[in-house]
Write a protein that binds this ligand. Structure first.
Ligand SMILES: Nc1ncnc2c1ncn2[C@@H]1O[C@H](COP(=O)(O)OP(=O)(O)O)[C@@H](O)[C@H]1O
Ligand SMILES: [Mg+2]
Length: 244
């Protein structure tokens, strides 16, 4: 199957020093890939390149086989913090790109239901918990019907129980919408729970050091005994990559 999104980075520099590449990463339709690696190894830089937010590199990004430049409707981005507009309601935050009021938008209602926030459309971001705010960010990320979602440590600012709920939500939404997901995470358990493949990056410059396939059926239970040896393999690969 051809890739939904494909990135090749021959080299990416910051201030004359190479930070990324050579590296190639392609996401198949509906596939979830997790990216793990030491802090500073270039994960966020790679995501920004894929999102079309950084064009200053040698290489190329293809969406459905088409070379693309800049932000694409097919590619959604979810950051570590929700980054909601504080003066806009939940509904207007979700529908922000559309130029229409969110209150009257049927798609906003559908998305609110899907992320478990029915009835909260008129709230302001300051009236939400951290987990609720990240659910709004997920709904906003899905609003334009992307084929790919890029997530940069999306659950690292919430407590452990909220994180588990958001992980389950992401898995079920990705499956329901047939979306390809690239998830940057520090959490090895999260990586093996959610991903079809875990890519371990080495640093200076950032490149793919190892790949661990997760051939377990979905939906997955976090207690599944098959996850433990996979977690050990990712940890060993991180160790080999001098991540810790
Ligand atoms: N805007 C920038 N200007 C200069 N250096 C940067 C910039 N952004 C990131 N870097 C450097 O590039 C490297 C990779 O950063 P980043 O992609 O944020 O890593 P990660 O997300 O894996 O922690 C780091 O050494 C970082 O200091
Ligand atoms: Mg980062």
């Amino acid at each position: 199957m051809s890739a939904v999104i494909d990135v090749q980075v021959a080299q990416k520099d910051f201030g004359g020093a190479p930070v990324l590449g050579p590296l190639r990463l392609a996401l198949a339709s509906g596939e979830t890939v997790a990216l793990v690696g030491a802090s500073g190894c270039g994960k966020s830089t790679l995501l920004r390149i894929l999102a079309g937010l950084d064009a200053d590199f040698r290489g190329a990004v293809h969406v459905d086989g088409r070379a693309v430049h800049g932000v694409q409707r097919e590619v959604g981005f979810i950051f570590q913090e929700p980054r909601l507009f504080p003066w806009l309601s939940v509904a207007d935050n979700i529908a922000f790109g559309s130029g229409r009021p969110g209150r009257e938008d049927q798609r906003v209602g559908t998305l609110l239901e899907e992320v478990g926030l029915t009835g909260l459309q008129d709230r302001l971001p300051k009236q939400l918990s951290g987990g609720q705010a990240q659910r709004v960010a997920i709904a906003r990320g899905l609003y334009a019907r992307p084929r790919v979602l890029l997530l940069d440590e999306p659950f690292s600012a919430v407590d452990a129980f909220t994180r588990m709920k958001l992980q389950d939500l992401l898995a079920s939404l990705a499956q329901a919408h047939g979306i390809s997901v690239l998830l940057v995470t520090h959490d090895v358990e999260e990586a093996v729970l959610l991903a079809d493949r875990v890519l371990v990056l080495a640093a200076r410059p950032g490149r793919v050091q190892a790949e661990v396939a997760v051939d377990l059926p979905r939906p997955r239970q976090r207690e599944h005994p098959g996850l433990l040896p996979l977690r050990a393999r990712v940890l060993a690969a991180l160790h080999d990559a001098h991540a810790f």
